[in-house]
Design a protein around this ligand. Structure first.
Ligand code: BOM
Length: 141
């Protein structure tokens, strides 16, 4: 559900500042992680892909090949309110996007494409949160 996704995003997004330095993602491109879901944020910068890899590694959500760790992601999403309603769908959508962009060799470039694909498909499935929903739960984490 979009509600569960707002919790996942709020929690995951707390790792952004720790990853800004090594990813090179400037605050002008993405100031706060919740804006990932904004209509007017374009998921296009390679540095965002690098940041997503760094952030995922803080929670062991990726394998060494920078692909999603299915079990860890499942458990992570399940740990949030209503997460058990989201975890399977989320892993499936990300994995489908990984298959679509499997030809891109550079990890950061591929991950940002996967993230853009995931954003589109999550909106189609009605599990994309509004930025205001994320802001409402930020203080819990
Ligand atoms: O091939 C690995 C791709 C990982 C892409 C992840 C995209 C998700 C971005 C936005 C939402 C975030 C909330 C939690 C994400 C965990 C990765």
């Amino acid at each position: 559900t979009a509600e569960a996704m707002s919790h996942v995003t709020a929690h995951f997004g707390k790792a952004l500042e720790e990853c800004r330095g090594e990813s090179g993602l400037s605050p002008e491109v993405l100031e706060q992680f919740q804006h990932f879901w904004s209509e007017d944020f374009e998921v296009v910068h390679r540095e965002l892909g690098c940041a997503l890899i760094c952030m995922s590694n803080k929670f062991s959500l990726m394998q060494d090949d920078a692909r999603i760790h299915h079990i860890n992601m499942h458990d992570y999403v399940k740990s949030f309110p209503k997460g058990e309603l989201l975890s399977e769908k989320m892993v499936e959508l990300i994995h489908n996007c990984e298959k679509e962009h499997n030809n891109i060799e550079d990890d950061c470039s591929r991950v940002v494409k996967v993230a853009a694909c995931f954003k589109v498909n999550a909106k189609k499935e009605g599990i994309a949160p509004e930025v205001t929903m994320i802001e409402a739960v930020l203080e819990k984490y």
